[in-house]
Write a protein that binds this ligand. Structure first.
Ligand code: F6P
Length: 361
Protein backbone atom coordinates (compact mmCIF):
# COMPACT_ATOMS: atom_id res chain seq x y z
CA UNK A 1 0.00 0.00 0.00
CA UNK A 2 2.85 2.39 0.72
CA UNK A 3 5.18 1.71 -2.20
CA UNK A 4 8.09 3.82 -1.04
CA UNK A 5 7.97 3.28 2.73
CA UNK A 6 11.40 3.69 4.32
CA UNK A 7 13.04 4.31 0.98
CA UNK A 8 14.60 7.73 0.42
CA UNK A 9 13.80 7.94 -3.26
CA UNK A 10 15.38 11.31 -3.72
CA UNK A 11 18.45 11.02 -1.50
CA UNK A 12 19.06 14.75 -1.81
CA UNK A 13 15.85 15.52 0.10
CA UNK A 14 16.44 15.74 3.84
CA UNK A 15 14.14 18.61 4.71
CA UNK A 16 10.88 19.68 3.02
CA UNK A 17 9.58 23.21 3.58
CA UNK A 18 5.83 23.69 3.90
CA UNK A 19 4.16 27.03 3.33
CA UNK A 20 0.48 28.00 3.58
CA UNK A 21 -0.18 31.22 1.67
CA UNK A 22 -3.08 33.45 0.57
CA UNK A 23 -6.50 33.45 2.26
CA UNK A 24 -6.93 30.71 4.84
CA UNK A 25 -9.56 27.98 4.62
CA UNK A 26 -10.65 24.88 6.53
CA UNK A 27 -8.42 21.89 5.74
CA UNK A 28 -5.01 23.61 5.89
CA UNK A 29 -4.20 21.98 9.20
CA UNK A 30 -5.11 18.61 7.72
CA UNK A 31 -2.43 19.28 5.08
CA UNK A 32 0.14 20.31 7.69
CA UNK A 33 -0.60 17.16 9.67
CA UNK A 34 -0.48 14.80 6.69
CA UNK A 35 2.66 16.33 5.12
CA UNK A 36 4.49 16.11 8.45
CA UNK A 37 3.42 12.56 9.24
CA UNK A 38 3.96 11.23 5.72
CA UNK A 39 7.44 12.76 5.47
CA UNK A 40 8.42 11.30 8.86
CA UNK A 41 6.67 7.96 8.72
CA UNK A 42 7.16 6.98 5.09
CA UNK A 43 10.43 8.66 4.16
CA UNK A 44 12.21 9.61 7.37
CA UNK A 45 12.66 13.23 6.28
CA UNK A 46 12.02 16.47 8.16
CA UNK A 47 9.36 19.07 7.50
CA UNK A 48 10.02 22.73 8.17
CA UNK A 49 6.80 24.70 8.72
CA UNK A 50 7.24 28.22 7.34
CA UNK A 51 5.38 30.94 9.25
CA UNK A 52 3.00 33.40 7.56
CA UNK A 53 3.28 32.40 3.94
CA UNK A 54 5.87 33.52 1.39
CA UNK A 55 5.94 36.94 3.02
CA UNK A 56 7.04 35.46 6.36
CA UNK A 57 9.52 33.22 4.58
CA UNK A 58 11.45 36.14 3.07
CA UNK A 59 10.92 38.92 5.62
CA UNK A 60 11.11 37.27 9.05
CA UNK A 61 14.39 36.49 10.76
CA UNK A 62 15.59 33.65 12.99
CA UNK A 63 13.08 31.57 14.90
CA UNK A 64 10.22 33.77 13.71
CA UNK A 65 10.51 32.10 10.31
CA UNK A 66 9.05 28.84 11.55
CA UNK A 67 10.18 25.50 12.94
CA UNK A 68 10.79 21.86 12.22
CA UNK A 69 7.45 20.13 12.72
CA UNK A 70 7.39 16.93 14.74
CA UNK A 71 4.68 14.29 14.64
CA UNK A 72 3.63 15.73 17.97
CA UNK A 73 3.16 19.22 16.44
CA UNK A 74 0.94 17.59 13.85
CA UNK A 75 -1.29 15.90 16.42
CA UNK A 76 -4.68 17.25 17.42
CA UNK A 77 -4.95 19.82 14.62
CA UNK A 78 -6.99 17.90 12.04
CA UNK A 79 -10.34 19.29 13.17
CA UNK A 80 -9.35 22.91 13.55
CA UNK A 81 -9.90 25.62 10.93
CA UNK A 82 -7.25 28.05 9.69
CA UNK A 83 -3.55 27.22 9.63
CA UNK A 84 -1.26 26.76 12.62
CA UNK A 85 1.56 28.11 10.44
CA UNK A 86 -0.21 31.39 9.74
CA UNK A 87 -0.63 32.87 6.29
CA UNK A 88 -0.25 36.17 4.48
CA UNK A 89 -1.30 37.83 1.27
CA UNK A 90 0.50 40.50 -0.71
CA UNK A 91 3.43 41.05 -3.01
CA UNK A 92 6.37 39.16 -1.59
CA UNK A 93 9.07 41.24 -3.31
CA UNK A 94 7.46 44.46 -2.16
CA UNK A 95 7.18 43.11 1.38
CA UNK A 96 10.90 42.32 1.32
CA UNK A 97 11.69 45.80 -0.04
CA UNK A 98 13.04 44.34 -3.29
CA UNK A 99 12.38 44.81 -6.98
CA UNK A 100 9.94 42.37 -8.63
CA UNK A 101 11.88 39.26 -9.64
CA UNK A 102 14.76 39.48 -7.17
CA UNK A 103 14.75 35.77 -6.47
CA UNK A 104 17.87 36.02 -4.33
CA UNK A 105 15.47 36.50 -1.38
CA UNK A 106 14.25 32.96 -1.97
CA UNK A 107 17.78 31.62 -2.51
CA UNK A 108 18.67 33.05 0.89
CA UNK A 109 15.55 31.61 2.51
CA UNK A 110 16.09 28.14 1.02
CA UNK A 111 19.70 28.06 2.14
CA UNK A 112 19.18 29.60 5.60
CA UNK A 113 16.24 27.28 6.34
CA UNK A 114 18.10 24.34 4.75
CA UNK A 115 15.16 23.49 2.50
CA UNK A 116 15.63 20.85 -0.18
CA UNK A 117 12.11 21.38 -1.54
CA UNK A 118 9.02 23.46 -0.81
CA UNK A 119 5.36 22.45 -0.76
CA UNK A 120 3.26 25.51 -1.64
CA UNK A 121 -0.30 25.25 -0.29
CA UNK A 122 -2.64 27.87 -1.61
CA UNK A 123 -5.00 29.14 -4.27
CA UNK A 124 -4.35 30.60 -7.66
CA UNK A 125 -2.01 33.38 -6.41
CA UNK A 126 0.08 30.86 -4.47
CA UNK A 127 0.29 28.52 -7.46
CA UNK A 128 1.44 31.47 -9.58
CA UNK A 129 4.23 32.12 -7.06
CA UNK A 130 5.04 28.39 -7.08
CA UNK A 131 5.26 28.49 -10.87
CA UNK A 132 7.58 31.51 -10.81
CA UNK A 133 9.80 29.79 -8.25
CA UNK A 134 9.88 26.62 -10.32
CA UNK A 135 10.84 28.47 -13.48
CA UNK A 136 13.68 30.07 -11.52
CA UNK A 137 15.00 26.68 -10.55
CA UNK A 138 13.42 26.11 -7.13
CA UNK A 139 12.16 22.59 -6.34
CA UNK A 140 8.49 23.22 -5.54
CA UNK A 141 5.25 21.23 -5.52
CA UNK A 142 1.74 22.71 -5.26
CA UNK A 143 -1.27 21.78 -3.14
CA UNK A 144 -4.48 23.55 -4.21
CA UNK A 145 -6.71 25.14 -1.59
CA UNK A 146 -9.44 27.78 -1.67
CA UNK A 147 -13.04 28.12 -0.66
CA UNK A 148 -13.64 29.67 -4.12
CA UNK A 149 -12.97 26.38 -5.99
CA UNK A 150 -11.53 28.42 -8.85
CA UNK A 151 -8.20 26.59 -9.34
CA UNK A 152 -7.87 25.11 -12.83
CA UNK A 153 -7.29 21.42 -13.57
CA UNK A 154 -8.62 20.12 -10.28
CA UNK A 155 -12.32 19.34 -10.00
CA UNK A 156 -12.36 20.63 -6.46
CA UNK A 157 -10.17 22.29 -3.85
CA UNK A 158 -10.43 21.68 -0.12
CA UNK A 159 -12.14 24.47 1.79
CA UNK A 160 -14.93 24.64 -0.78
CA UNK A 161 -17.13 21.95 0.77
CA UNK A 162 -16.76 23.51 4.23
CA UNK A 163 -17.73 26.95 2.92
CA UNK A 164 -20.70 25.52 1.02
CA UNK A 165 -21.92 23.91 4.26
CA UNK A 166 -21.67 27.24 6.07
CA UNK A 167 -23.60 29.01 3.30
CA UNK A 168 -26.24 26.26 3.32
CA UNK A 169 -26.72 26.54 7.10
CA UNK A 170 -26.93 30.33 6.84
CA UNK A 171 -29.63 30.10 4.16
CA UNK A 172 -31.48 27.47 6.25
CA UNK A 173 -31.51 29.90 9.17
CA UNK A 174 -32.54 32.84 7.04
CA UNK A 175 -35.61 31.04 5.67
CA UNK A 176 -37.63 31.29 8.90
CA UNK A 177 -37.01 34.98 9.44
CA UNK A 178 -37.60 35.79 5.76
CA UNK A 179 -40.92 33.89 5.90
CA UNK A 180 -42.00 35.46 9.18
CA UNK A 181 -41.39 39.03 7.99
CA UNK A 182 -42.37 38.45 4.35
CA UNK A 183 -39.02 39.83 3.29
CA UNK A 184 -36.53 39.35 0.50
CA UNK A 185 -33.18 38.47 2.05
CA UNK A 186 -30.19 39.01 -0.20
CA UNK A 187 -27.24 36.87 0.91
CA UNK A 188 -23.80 37.83 -0.38
CA UNK A 189 -21.24 35.05 -0.68
CA UNK A 190 -17.54 35.08 -1.58
CA UNK A 191 -15.86 33.52 -4.62
CA UNK A 192 -14.07 36.35 -6.42
CA UNK A 193 -14.87 36.11 -10.14
CA UNK A 194 -16.26 32.56 -9.88
CA UNK A 195 -19.79 31.56 -8.90
CA UNK A 196 -19.10 28.08 -7.45
CA UNK A 197 -19.96 29.07 -3.87
CA UNK A 198 -23.17 30.88 -4.89
CA UNK A 199 -24.24 27.98 -7.10
CA UNK A 200 -23.48 25.08 -4.75
CA UNK A 201 -24.39 26.95 -1.54
CA UNK A 202 -27.53 28.34 -3.18
CA UNK A 203 -28.71 24.97 -4.45
CA UNK A 204 -27.95 23.26 -1.12
CA UNK A 205 -29.83 25.96 0.81
CA UNK A 206 -32.71 26.21 -1.67
CA UNK A 207 -32.12 29.86 -2.62
CA UNK A 208 -34.83 31.19 -4.94
CA UNK A 209 -32.64 33.44 -7.11
CA UNK A 210 -28.91 32.76 -7.60
CA UNK A 211 -26.76 35.46 -9.14
CA UNK A 212 -23.42 34.25 -10.50
CA UNK A 213 -20.58 36.23 -12.11
CA UNK A 214 -20.78 33.87 -15.09
CA UNK A 215 -24.43 34.82 -15.81
CA UNK A 216 -24.86 38.61 -16.03
CA UNK A 217 -28.09 39.49 -14.25
CA UNK A 218 -31.05 41.58 -15.42
CA UNK A 219 -32.76 43.61 -12.72
CA UNK A 220 -36.22 43.20 -14.32
CA UNK A 221 -35.89 39.40 -14.25
CA UNK A 222 -35.07 39.48 -10.55
CA UNK A 223 -38.01 41.79 -9.75
CA UNK A 224 -40.38 39.64 -11.80
CA UNK A 225 -39.38 36.47 -9.97
CA UNK A 226 -39.90 38.14 -6.59
CA UNK A 227 -43.35 39.39 -7.71
CA UNK A 228 -44.33 36.04 -9.21
CA UNK A 229 -43.47 34.28 -5.97
CA UNK A 230 -45.47 36.84 -4.02
CA UNK A 231 -48.48 36.33 -6.30
CA UNK A 232 -48.23 32.57 -5.70
CA UNK A 233 -48.50 33.26 -1.97
CA UNK A 234 -44.76 32.88 -1.34
CA UNK A 235 -44.33 36.23 0.33
CA UNK A 236 -40.60 35.86 0.90
CA UNK A 237 -37.56 35.19 -1.28
CA UNK A 238 -33.93 34.34 -0.72
CA UNK A 239 -31.51 35.79 -3.25
CA UNK A 240 -27.93 34.46 -3.20
CA UNK A 241 -25.50 36.86 -4.82
CA UNK A 242 -21.84 36.12 -5.56
CA UNK A 243 -19.51 38.98 -4.71
CA UNK A 244 -18.23 39.14 -8.31
CA UNK A 245 -21.57 39.50 -10.16
CA UNK A 246 -22.12 41.91 -13.01
CA UNK A 247 -25.33 43.29 -14.54
CA UNK A 248 -26.06 42.52 -18.17
CA UNK A 249 -26.00 46.23 -18.87
CA UNK A 250 -23.78 48.85 -17.30
CA UNK A 251 -21.53 48.22 -14.35
CA UNK A 252 -21.90 48.12 -10.62
CA UNK A 253 -19.76 49.01 -7.60
CA UNK A 254 -18.31 45.66 -6.48
CA UNK A 255 -18.29 46.29 -2.75
CA UNK A 256 -21.42 45.33 -0.80
CA UNK A 257 -23.30 44.12 -3.85
CA UNK A 258 -25.96 42.55 -1.58
CA UNK A 259 -26.82 45.96 -0.15
CA UNK A 260 -27.13 47.40 -3.66
CA UNK A 261 -29.38 44.59 -4.94
CA UNK A 262 -31.47 44.61 -1.78
CA UNK A 263 -32.11 48.36 -2.08
CA UNK A 264 -33.12 47.94 -5.73
CA UNK A 265 -35.51 45.09 -4.94
CA UNK A 266 -37.21 46.97 -2.11
CA UNK A 267 -37.57 50.12 -4.23
CA UNK A 268 -39.01 48.31 -7.25
CA UNK A 269 -41.14 45.58 -5.69
CA UNK A 270 -42.20 47.47 -2.54
CA UNK A 271 -41.42 44.27 -0.64
CA UNK A 272 -39.15 44.80 2.34
CA UNK A 273 -35.62 43.55 1.77
CA UNK A 274 -32.45 43.19 3.84
CA UNK A 275 -28.86 42.37 2.85
CA UNK A 276 -26.83 39.69 4.68
CA UNK A 277 -23.09 39.64 3.98
CA UNK A 278 -21.65 36.31 5.13
CA UNK A 279 -18.04 37.50 4.70
CA UNK A 280 -15.25 35.69 6.52
CA UNK A 281 -17.68 33.44 8.39
CA UNK A 282 -17.41 31.36 5.19
CA UNK A 283 -13.71 30.71 5.78
CA UNK A 284 -13.85 29.85 9.46
CA UNK A 285 -14.50 26.83 11.63
CA UNK A 286 -13.68 23.13 11.30
CA UNK A 287 -13.34 21.45 7.91
CA UNK A 288 -16.05 19.04 6.79
CA UNK A 289 -15.26 15.34 6.54
CA UNK A 290 -14.91 15.70 2.76
CA UNK A 291 -12.36 18.51 3.09
CA UNK A 292 -10.34 16.66 5.74
CA UNK A 293 -10.11 13.64 3.47
CA UNK A 294 -9.31 15.65 0.33
CA UNK A 295 -6.66 17.74 2.12
CA UNK A 296 -5.05 14.60 3.55
CA UNK A 297 -4.88 12.92 0.15
CA UNK A 298 -3.46 16.01 -1.57
CA UNK A 299 -0.84 16.34 1.17
CA UNK A 300 0.31 12.71 0.99
CA UNK A 301 0.51 13.03 -2.76
CA UNK A 302 2.56 16.23 -2.51
CA UNK A 303 5.16 14.50 -0.33
CA UNK A 304 5.30 11.60 -2.81
CA UNK A 305 5.82 14.09 -5.67
CA UNK A 306 8.67 15.76 -3.78
CA UNK A 307 10.34 12.44 -2.99
CA UNK A 308 10.04 11.34 -6.62
CA UNK A 309 11.60 14.65 -7.70
CA UNK A 310 8.51 15.59 -9.68
CA UNK A 311 8.77 19.33 -9.14
CA UNK A 312 6.62 21.95 -10.82
CA UNK A 313 3.56 19.73 -10.31
CA UNK A 314 0.37 20.36 -8.33
CA UNK A 315 -1.72 17.64 -6.67
CA UNK A 316 -5.20 17.46 -8.21
CA UNK A 317 -8.38 15.41 -8.40
CA UNK A 318 -10.03 14.80 -11.75
CA UNK A 319 -13.11 12.59 -12.10
CA UNK A 320 -12.52 11.06 -8.64
CA UNK A 321 -8.95 10.10 -9.57
CA UNK A 322 -5.98 11.67 -7.81
CA UNK A 323 -3.40 12.95 -10.23
CA UNK A 324 -0.88 15.73 -10.67
CA UNK A 325 -0.82 18.56 -13.19
CA UNK A 326 1.93 20.99 -14.25
CA UNK A 327 1.58 24.22 -12.27
CA UNK A 328 2.32 26.05 -15.54
CA UNK A 329 -1.09 24.86 -16.82
CA UNK A 330 -2.93 25.71 -13.61
CA UNK A 331 -2.00 29.39 -13.63
CA UNK A 332 -3.24 30.16 -17.13
CA UNK A 333 -6.71 31.21 -15.98
CA UNK A 334 -9.18 30.81 -13.14
CA UNK A 335 -11.79 28.06 -13.23
CA UNK A 336 -15.27 29.55 -13.57
CA UNK A 337 -18.68 27.89 -13.70
CA UNK A 338 -19.45 26.78 -17.28
CA UNK A 339 -22.86 28.02 -18.36
CA UNK A 340 -23.87 24.47 -19.29
CA UNK A 341 -22.90 23.03 -15.90
CA UNK A 342 -25.23 20.24 -14.79
CA UNK A 343 -25.92 21.96 -11.46
CA UNK A 344 -27.27 25.03 -13.28
CA UNK A 345 -29.58 22.76 -15.25
CA UNK A 346 -30.68 20.96 -12.06
CA UNK A 347 -31.34 24.26 -10.29
CA UNK A 348 -33.44 25.50 -13.22
CA UNK A 349 -35.43 22.28 -13.18
CA UNK A 350 -36.38 22.79 -9.55
CA UNK A 351 -37.55 26.33 -10.29
CA UNK A 352 -34.49 28.37 -9.29
CA UNK A 353 -33.93 31.67 -11.11
CA UNK A 354 -30.56 32.92 -12.30
CA UNK A 355 -31.82 36.47 -12.80
CA UNK A 356 -31.40 36.12 -16.56
CA UNK A 357 -34.15 35.83 -19.20
CA UNK A 358 -31.97 33.52 -21.30
CA UNK A 359 -31.68 31.00 -18.45
CA UNK A 360 -35.02 31.40 -16.68
CA UNK A 361 -37.31 31.03 -19.69
O1 F6P B 1 -9.99 33.71 -2.16
C1 F6P B 1 -10.68 33.49 -0.98
C2 F6P B 1 -11.46 34.71 -0.60
O2 F6P B 1 -12.17 34.41 0.57
C3 F6P B 1 -12.38 35.28 -1.69
O3 F6P B 1 -13.57 34.54 -1.81
C4 F6P B 1 -12.56 36.69 -1.23
O4 F6P B 1 -12.86 37.54 -2.30
C5 F6P B 1 -11.23 37.02 -0.64
O5 F6P B 1 -10.61 35.79 -0.32
C6 F6P B 1 -11.28 37.88 0.60
O6 F6P B 1 -9.98 38.21 0.93
P1 F6P B 1 -9.50 38.80 2.32
O7 F6P B 1 -9.50 37.69 3.33
O8 F6P B 1 -8.14 39.30 2.04
O9 F6P B 1 -10.48 39.86 2.70
Amino acid sequence: LIPYKGEKLNKRIQRIGLVTAGGDCPGLNAVIRAVTKTAHNDYGVEVFGVRDGFVGMVTYKGVDRGKVLTNRDASGILASGGTILGTARGDVFQAAGKEEGEYSIFEDAFSELKLDALICTGGEGTQLMAHKLYTHGFPVVGVPKTIDNDVMHTDVTFGFDSAVSIIMKAIDNLHSTAMSHHRVLVVEVMGRSAGWLALAGGVAGGGDILLLPEIPYEEEVIFKRVWDRSKQGKRFSIVVVAEGVKPQEGDVEKREIARYISTLIQRETKIESRPVILGHLQRGGPPTAYDRILATQFAVMAVDLVMKGRFGQMAAIQGNQFTSVPVSEVIKKVKRVPQDHSLIRAALSVGTSFGSAKFDS
